[in-house]
Design a protein around this ligand. Structure first.
Ligand SMILES: Cc1ncc(COP(=O)(O)O)c(C=O)c1O
Length: 369
């Protein structure tokens, strides 16, 4: 039987990162070997509510049909998704999670001379994909408000004579946003041979008037690709459904790098979820309340944090986070991995009310507040 201390050791090993390639590396970083059922999972920005009942019902009904390939269902889904975003079906690429879309964009738009340009810190997958191929990576510090430094990114692309500019909005791990005026400036000022990849995995959780999707720029034929996922607000991380949107020529360039199609169950679950008009606003409201409660509690304890806009937040622990992560694990709460260079910040996913009550209880002990 594994003790809490064993779990803590396993977790810190994994959190430190294990040398392996591809999207599998991310699955490995999330993995906690042999964890107990009562472990509170606040480490991977998952949604504890899971798929809506309609999606579960749709999947149950289609299971008997999984003996056959499902090309027509895929085509219909592509069309439906495109319509739901006001786009043509050849402007949408469905992938095995948005991870596959990010991977395709790196393959299509970086090269040994054309860099990936991003923030430090931002979601690491595209950085690792580019680096693994020997393509240059330029990481720029964030602005003092934790937005992407769009001016620095454009200057870097200009200097390199092209690039793939990757902006995560809201950003993972900081949960901060790049204001809509900056996104607009970025897209209006893209140098030649440069594509902006805007990752909107967490956009559904954001309420700020400063937050805006980059999808309208696709309709203006700009060099922009937007990535979205069903893993976060829709609660379907295990189903692996994501999509990218962009001008048809950009989507075609990315499409050749796609591995395969998503499963029939994923298609039916996602179709059922987008057919529910109130699902996203209701979940946004619910997670917004839990998040606001945690912010209020942190304020009352005089613990600093970055103003959050997604289903997770960065808390200033004022010490090396590598000491806090295993201490929380020993107390039965799994929290985020370290995100250098923000070594004094702890990333915590917003879970259920009960999850957060447990988090507060154990975190107060670890912090000795
Ligand atoms: C910013 C961001 N983009 C993309 C992904 C990949 O998600 P998925 O492949 O499940 O769509 C994640 C996962 O946590 C993420 O944080």
């Amino acid at each position: 039987m594994l003790t809490r201390r064993d779990l803590a050791r396993n977790f810190s090993l994994i959190a430190a990162g294990i040398a392996m390639g591809g999207e599998a590396a991310y699955a490995q970083r999330r993995k906690i070997k042999g964890h107990n059922a009562d472990l509170v999972l606040l480490n991977a920005n998952e949604n504890p509510d899971g798929p809506p009942a309609s999606a579960i019902e749709a999947m149950s009904k289609i299971l008997a049909k999984t003996g056959r390939y499902h090309d027509e269902d895929n085509d219909q889904f592509n069309e439906l998704l495109a319509k739901s975003e006001g786009l043509q079906s050849d402007q949408v690429l469905v992938g095995c999670g948005s991870s596959e879309i990010l991977h395709c964009a790196v393959d299509a738009f970086t090269s040994p001379s054309i860099p990936l340009i991003t923030s430090a810190p931002a979601y690491e997958l595209p950085v690792d994909m580019a680096a693994a191929q020997g393509h240059p990576v330029i990481k720029l510090p964030m602005t003092p408000q934790y937005g992407a430094d769009v001016h620095g990114m454009v200057a870097a692309a200009d200097k390199a004579k092209g690039g793939l500019i990757y902006v995560v909005n809201p950003n993972n791990p900081t949960s901060s946003i790049t204001p809509k005026a900056d996104i607009s400036w970025l897209i209006e000022n893209l140098p030649a041979n440069t594509v902006a990849l805007i990752d909107e995995a967490y956009i559904h959780f954001a309420k700020s008037s400063q937050m805006a999707s980059a999808i309208p720029y696709i309709k203006q034929n700009k060099n922009v690709v937007v990535a979205r996922t069903f893993s976060k607000i829709y609660g379907m991380a295990g189903l692996r459904v994501g999509y990218g949107m962009g001008r048809t020529d950009l989507i075609n360039k990315m499409g050749v790098f796609r591995n395969n199609v998503i499963s029939l169950t994923g298609v039916y679950a996602a179709k059922a979820a987008i057919a529910e008009p109130t699902l996203v606003p209701e979940r946004r409201e619910k997670f917004g309340k839990v998040r606001a409660d945690l912010c209020g509690w942190l304020d009352s304890q005089k613990i600093g944090f970055i103003q959050p806009h997604a289903n997770f937040m960065m808390i200033d622990v004022k010490r090396d986070v590598r000491t806090v992560i295993p201490a929380m694990m020993e107390r039965g709460v799994a929290v985020g991995r370290p995100f250098p260079p923000m070594d004094h910040f702890l990333r915590v996913t917003i879970g259920s009310d009960a999850d957060m009550a447990r988090f507060k209880q154990e975190f107060a002990k670890v912090m000795q507040v």
